[in-house]
Write a protein that binds this ligand. Structure first.
Ligand code: SIN
Length: 285
């Protein structure tokens, strides 16, 4: 099988590229999947346009990058527990992903990536913002980096899974994961360091007083909101965004009520986050 001529067009200096010349409904060669994975590692979030894929094709594409995560509480289409429904309409008061986050970072092994396919979008609005967590880490001063590097933070879910979006999901499992992860993690494939706290799931920095933890987390949450770390994606029907949860955060802008925005996401399982020593960093670079 010859690999199609896949084109990668960087759309922003800090993160994000659009990929064309590939039809994700097809069974792609290992070479093409390798190129897509490399584009994801290089650009952190990649976008595809005009992809008419059904649920099975979406799952098949996701599985080329790892096992699929099944969310304990989010709604999914009948018979497809690995798909997570993203939906908003005139009855929505809030939408999933409205705050900055890395998907289910509360899990012991948070996902490596997520692939969202939207089939219905408002004519304007409903964009998604993505932020580069390598750049967020690199923008910190040397003493701050040094201070954060040995710390862990608690990521919880109970406060999120109480929300309406999660309440009535069919087959919901009563799980409320809570785990400690390093505040700065080493990306297992690139060896680069990334800030790994987010305002949705991260509740406390371990070992600090409540006041210290609150102030530091607020500082870091504010720090990642710098527009210079971000790209903003405008959806069209049948666009796909594929992001790396290990080195990005994202936020769904809810500015289009009462219009409909709809699609599904697969989430690819990842590893337990770790912080590596200088030695491992040097080897990886
Ligand atoms: C999410 O997966 O967090 C939702 C992103 C979006 O709806 O744009």
């Amino acid at each position: 099988m010859t690999a199609p001529a896949l084109r990668v067009r960087q759309i922003n200096p800090v993160l994000g590229a659009e990929i064309s010349g590939v039809d994700l409904s097809q069974d792609l060669s290992d070479e093409t999947i390798g190129q897509i994975r490399q584009a994801l590692l290089d650009h952190l979030v990649i976008f595809f346009r005009d992809q008419e894929i059904d649920y099975d094709q979406h799952k098949a594409f996701g599985r080329r990058f790892g096992s699929l995560h099944v969310h304990p509480r989010a709604p999914s289409p009948e018979g497809h527990p690995e798909l997570l429904v993203i939906h908003a309409d005139e009855n929505s008061k809030r939408v999933a992903g409205q705050g900055w986050h890395s998907d289910v970072s509360c899990d012991e092994t948070p996902p490596m990536g997520s692939i969202l396919h939207l089939t219905q979008v408002p004519d304007t609005g409903g964009d998604t913002l993505f932020a580069n967590m390598y750049a967020a880490y690199e923008a910190l001063s040397k003493p701050m980096k040094h201070f954060l590097e040995g710390l862990s933070a608690r990521h919880e879910s109970a406060h999120i899974y109480r929300g309406n979006y999660y309440k009535n999901a069919q087959g919901a499992r009563d799980e409320q994961p809570s785990n400690l992860h390093p505040v700065v993690r080493t990306h297992p494939e690139t060896g680069r360091r990334a800030l790994f706290v987010n305002s949705a799931f991260t509740t406390r920095i371990d070992g600090l007083t409540r006041g210290e933890s609150k102030s530091l987390l607020n500082y870091l949450f504010h720090h990642i909101e710098n527009p210079a770390l971000q790209v903003r994606f405008q959806w069209r029907p049948n666009s796909i965004a594929f992001w790396d949860n290990r080195c990005t955060q994202h936020l769904a802008v809810f500015d289009y009520w009462p219009k409909v925005r709809h699609g599904v996401r697969v989430t690819i399982e990842g590893d337990r986050p770790y912080f590596d020593s200088e030695d491992a960093q040097r080897k990886a670079s």
